[in-house]
Design a protein around this ligand. Structure first.
Ligand code: DHB
Length: 389
């Protein structure tokens, strides 16, 4: 097959990029090893920065976010038995939207198929070749094991944390800056009414908990756990006892119908581009989940490539040359923010009394000063996006 841009990965990054390129009249092929159903039903994060919503709605990628999503103008930070609100509207005049990532994916897939886009599920990329030439190639195989080769003018690796494209860009599957954390999140979905109007991020002596939402009748909650924990090992009563013990106030309980354990790591690839291959989203970087920066960061990368690739195909390589440096500035700010929220709110397994009390001092500094609240609000709602239309 031949196309102008080959995109590996039908996650938020790959699908949104295909949409932005299509608006510029540039054809692409998007492949993903997963089925459509798997992509549309996997539970991921639920918070969209204001800029992400503006890109999705403003480019027609998803207008449903404005109807079905819920705007939140703040969060609560809980510690020492009390809850403190961070008012985003007051601090920075911006907000975020609660709208689950799989809903974004449903909208993007529907829009791509309605536009007659070449979008192939069950096609697994094996390698990217000829990054330094004019016609890079994706070597893949379809669900029947038959070989598929896609030749393009540009290849984008939007293929997640186990990226195949990364090898073509950095020279190795793992080439990057890396940090692991000694804990994970235990996530649940339950049938219950919301326990608070906004999200609660809670620091407690027993560890972190996050009370999030999905709809008026379904709630998403997480608590810090050991990375090796078996999700099936807890009874529902134990899960509720753990959550209740970590959040001031009473949580509304209900049947738990989904549970999962989320890995915690920070990663930034050593290179984001080589010749005519670039990395975006989790292929380029991973952040720990605290602060919900993952998908938002992917959208920010894609907004840059949505300008840089059309320019390159038109003969102007200045934006693609600038892509790594421009993207990395935001990536490292988001890495810092995600690490900071994580370290301020979680309890390390070897934490001392000094560490616990220092954290409370930090939380009081942030919630008790306008400057502290403003920093958090600015980062959480998202720094301005370059080149968004
Ligand atoms: C959710 C996940 C996050 O990592 C976060 O910081 C906030 C909300 C969520 O899944 O709802």
């Amino acid at each position: 097959h031949r196309t102008r841009v080959a995109i590996i990965g039908a996650g938020p990054a790959g699908l949104l990029l295909a949409h932005l390129l299509d608006r510029r009249g540039i054809d692409s092929i998007v492949i993903d090893s997963r089925t459509r159903e798997e992509i549309e039903t996997t539970i991921r994060a639920g918070i969209l920065e204001q800029g992400t919503v503006e890109v999705l709605a403003g480019t027609g990628a998803s207008t449903r976010v404005l109807e079905a999503g819920h705007r939140h103008d703040g969060i609560e930070l809980a510690f020492a038995g009390e809850r403190h609100r961070i008012d985003f509207a007051d601090a920075v005049g911006r907000g975020v939207w609660l709208y689950p990532q799989h809903e974004v994916l449903k909208d993007l897939i529907a829009a791509r198929l309605a536009a007659g886009q070449d979008l192939r599920f069950g096609v697994e990329a094996l390698a990217v070749e000829n990054a330094d030439g004019d016609r890079p190639r994706v070597i893949a195989r379809d669900a029947d094991g038959e070989p598929v080769e896609i030749e393009a003018e540009f290849v984008v690796g939007a293929d997640g944390s186990r990226s195949v494209a990364r090898t073509a860009v950095t020279g190795s599957q793992t080439g990057g800056y890396f940090r692991e954390y000694p804990f994970a999140w235990f996530g649940i979905l339950c049938e219950a009414p919301p326990s608070a109007e906004e999200l609660i991020y809670s620091n407690s002596p027993n560890g972190f908990a996050l009370i999030s939402q999905r709809s008026p009748s379904v709630q998403r909650m997480y608590f810090q756990c050991d990375p090796d924990v078996d999700p099936a090992a807890y009874s529902e009563t134990e899960l509720w006892d753990t959550l209740q013990s970590r959040v001031p106030g009473e949580l509304a309980e209900g049947p738990i119908f989904q549970r999962d354990v989320l890995r915690f790591r920070s990663f930034v690839a050593h290179e984001l581009r080589r010749g005519r291959v670039a990395l975006v989203g989790d292929a380029a970087h991973t952040v720990p989940p605290t602060g919900a920066k993952g998908m938002n960061l992917a959208v920010a990368d894609v907004v840059l490539l949505g300008e840089a690739i059309p320019a390159l195909l038109g003969g102007d390589d200045r934006l693609i040359d600038a892509y790594p440096e421009t993207a990395l500035q935001r990536i490292w700010k988001a890495q810092h923010f995600s690490w900071w929220m994580t370290s301020m709110l979680h309890r390390a397994p070897d934490a001392s009394d000094f560490d616990d009390l220092r954290q409370l001092g930090e939380l009081r500094s942030v919630t008790g000063s306008r400057a502290g609240r403003t920093y958090l609000a600015e980062a959480y709602t998202g720094w301005p996006l370059a080149g968004a239309d």
